[in-house]
Structure formats: structure tokens, C-alpha cells
Design a protein around this ligand. Structure first.
Ligand SMILES: *Cc1c(COP(=O)(O)O)cnc(C)c1O
Length: 387
């Protein structure tokens, strides 16, 4: 396999100027990640600060109603409310041990910005967060959280004023200030080595969940493992340690937006074509001429026109299947999990839960382990408007 590629996808499609920090990062990964100091400090932080291991939860009421054995991996219980902190603490500690002082990050839903700011505060670093101006308004509670914890927020006014524009501006800032700054990329995408680095920190989700499920089920594995796919970090974390288990079906759920014909969605694996964005070759929502299309989902964390390259590869070789769930189906799952089990999921995670509801006929009697990537507190404003 070519270096930095997953089959045909991945690579480093970047300006020459960005090569030095990426080489420095890759070298630091090889040197620092296997060190006893890193491993011990990181394990302690995951335990003390994040609250790992996160539990798995059986859902008795929904299982009965659907005829599907529904289990959740509870990343919503992590400190700061989602899986993202696994990655930001990992990258933050790596950057600190590299001698960096600033954590730079882009954020869409605000969750990655919050998780980066939390990591920076814990590690005694400064957080600089780039956010599309539209998202700054849509995600006001997260903006307040970041400011309270000492982050500098940069509102990006270019393009569609959302995540993809924030990534472009953050990469520019990194170029200007490489010496002191680590670019803490928020998902398992972007140029090599980010997809690999983020997977390294998120694979703990399936490492724990696989063992926890077997402990609760006489050594059996789940029939199906499910996660929502935005950039693909919670999904690759949830899938990674199940990939060698041939009996386990792996399903990624993309956002279909409103689901009406002609409307924008966020489903590059289901509806996209091969192309290059943010330093990687992957599946993209684009015109025939290669113009990136606007994406849409009710779940702000899924609203991205690209996807991590390893997912494009897993789809290509047939190891994982990618399906879509629309806004209304996700909201239905949100209500159902809240009312039947007393768990308020993030709208992103609701897409993964919706898979079990929408496909219940073919899943009768099967065990389905869903990654509940985050909690829904951040989405109550969006839901207020809709319901
Ligand atoms: C950000 C986010 C996602 C989407 O990001 P991935 O990198 O695809 O995991 C999903 N769920 C929650 C709760 C999020 O905050």
C-alpha cells in the first residue's frame, strides 16, 4: 500500500509549504506515541479527566418494541459530552510533548472546539478556534463554553461560512505559525497522517466496546455495529477493532438532509464521486466540474461534503456498508431514545440509532451495537425550533 493511503484514498494533496509540519508531526507520532511517558500520561488522563472506560448500555424498552437487541456504546458520557475529547486530549498531549504551546482547531458544531479548548486548558496550552460565522450563531452555547474556558474564537466569513471554510482558514493560520502551533484536526480526515492519528486515538471506542459486549454476551460478538459518519472519526473508532471479525456487519450512517429530491445532503459515500478536498483523495459532494457542493443536515456535526479516506476504502472493498438517514428519521430516533430509555442523544448520534429503527425488519432478533457518539444538550435549541 502506498504510504498514507487506504487503498485508492487518502494521501497528501497539499501545498509544498505544509509538508514540513506534516513531516514533523509524523516523526513525532513515531517517536512519542509508543513512549512509556506518553502511554502512562494519556491512560491516566482518559481515566481521570474523561471518565473512561465509557460503559455499554442495553436498551430494554426499545429492544422489545423493535424486536432488535439494541445496545449503545456510551461516548455521550465522556467529559464534555462526546467522543471528540479522546482525540483532542491525545493530540494535545502529543503537541505538548513536541514543545508546542498553541492548539489550533476548526469546528462546525462547536463540539470539536469545546473538546480542543478543554484539552488546552488541562495541558496549560492556548486554544485558537476557527469557526464559520453561520455556525458561531447556530451553536451559541458552545461558543460561550469555549470563551469561558479561555479560547480565542475566530469567526470565518468566507464561502458558506461553515466547517469547510473554517478548515481552509485554520490551515492558512497553521502555515503562518508552524513553530509554536499544533493543528488539532477534528476528524479522521485531511492529509496523511491525520486520518491515522485520529483513528489511533478513537479506536479505544471499539477496543472497549468489543470486550464489554463479549463480557455481557457469553463471548459472542454483536451481529451489527453502527455509527454515524460526518468526517468519520467516531465511526472509524467504533469500526476499527471489529474490521477483522468477519461475522460482524459494519454500517456507517450518513445524513440525507431533508431527503427531498434536489435538496442538499451530507452523504458523499452514498451520493458522491472521487475527488480532492482538504489534502486528501476521497468521496466528495461535487459538481462534474469539481466544484464542492454545499452540504446540509439537521445535525451540524454531520454537515460536511467530504469524508475520511478510510471509509471510502472500507466501502470500496465491501467491508463496510454506508446508508443514509434523513432529518425526520433522525428526529424520530431522538424522541424515541429520549422517551423510551431516558437518554437524550446528539442529533448526529440519532442518525445511527435511526438505522436500527428504519431497518428493524431485516434486523429482527439480531444484536445491534450503536455508537452513541454524544449527548443532545447542545441540540435543544435546534429542536425547539423544529418541534
Ligand atoms: C462531531 C460529531 C460527530 C461527527 O464527527 P465524526 O468525526 O464523523 O465522528 C458525530 N457525533 C457527535 C456527537 C459529534 O459531536
Amino acid at each position: 500500500m502506498k504510504k498514507g493511503y487506504f487503498g485508492d484514498f487518502g494521501g497528501q494533496f497539499i501545498p509544498e509549504l505544509l509538508m514540513p509540519p506534516l513531516i514533523e508531526l509524523e516523526e513525532a507520532m513515531e517517536r512519542i506515541l509508543p513512549s512509556e511517558e506518553f502511554k502512562t500520561r494519556f491512560a491516566n488522563m482518559l481515566k481521570e479527566n474523561v471518565g473512561r472506560p465509557s460503559t455499554i448500555t442495553y436498551c430494554p424498552n426499545m429492544s422489545k418494541e423493535l424486536g432488535v437487541e439494541l445496545w449503545l456504546k456510551r461516548e455521550d458520557l465522556n467529559h464534555s459530552g462526546a467522543h471528540k475529547i479522546n482525540n483532542t486530549l491525545g493530540q494535545g498531549l502529543l503537541a505538548k510533548m513536541m514543545g508546542k504551546e498553541v492548539l489550533l482547531a476548526e469546528t462546525g458544531a462547536g463540539m470539536h472546539g469545546v473538546a480542543t479548548t478543554v484539552a488546552a486548558a488541562m495541558l496549560g496550552m492556548k486554544a485558537v478556534i476557527y469557526m464559520g460565522a453561520t455556525d458561531v450563531v447556530r451553536q451559541a452555547p458552545n461558543v460561550n463554553r469555549m470563551r469561558l474556558m479561555g479560547a480565542e474564537i475566530v469567526a470565518v466569513e468566507s464561502g458558506t461560512k461553515t466547517l469547510k471554510d473554517a478548515i481552509n482558514e485554520a490551515l492558512r493560520r497553521w502555515l503562518a505559525d508552524q513553530e509554536n502551533t499544533h493543528y488539532c484536526f477534528g476528524t479522521a480526515a485531511g492529509p496523511h497522517p491525520f486520518p491515522k492519528l485520529v483513528r489511533e486515538f478513537q479506536q479505544i471506542i471499539s477496543k472497549e466496546a468489543r470486550q464489554q459486549f463479549m463480557d455481557r454476551n457469553d463471548g459472542d460478538l454483536p451481529d451489527v455495529v453502527v455509527a454515524c459518519v460526518g468526517g468519520g472519526s467516531n465511526a472509524i473508532g467504533m469500526f476499527h477493532n471489529f474490521v477483522p471479525d468477519e461475522s460482524v456487519k459494519i454500517v456507517g450512517v450518513e445524513a440525507a438532509g431533508t431527503g427531498e429530491p434536489g435538496c442538499h445532503d451530507s452523504a458523499p459515500l452514498d451520493h458522491g464521486t472521487d475527488g480532492i478536498l482538504h489534502g486528501m483523495k476521497t468521496k466528495l459532494l461535487q459538481t462534474k466540474e469539481g466544484q464542492i457542493l454545499p452540504s446540509h443536515s439537521v445535525a451540524p456535526g454531520l454537515d460536511y461534503p467530504g469524508v475520511g479516506p478510510e471509509h471510502a476504502h472500507l466501502q470500496d472493498i465491501g467491508r463496510a456498508e454506508y446508508v443514509t438517514v434523513n432529518d425526520a428519521q433522525a428526529i424520530n430516533a431522538f424522541k424515541m431514545l429520549s422517551q423510551r430509555e431516558g437518554i437524550i442523544p446528539a442529533l448526529e448520534s440519532s442518525h445511527a440509532v435511526a438505522y436500527a429503527i428504519e431497518h428493524k425488519e431485516e434486523l429482527q432478533g439480531k444484536s445491534v451495537l450503536v455508537c452513541l457518539s454524544g449527548r443532545g444538550d447542545k441540540d435543544l435549541g435546534i429542536l425547539d425550533e423544529i418541534l
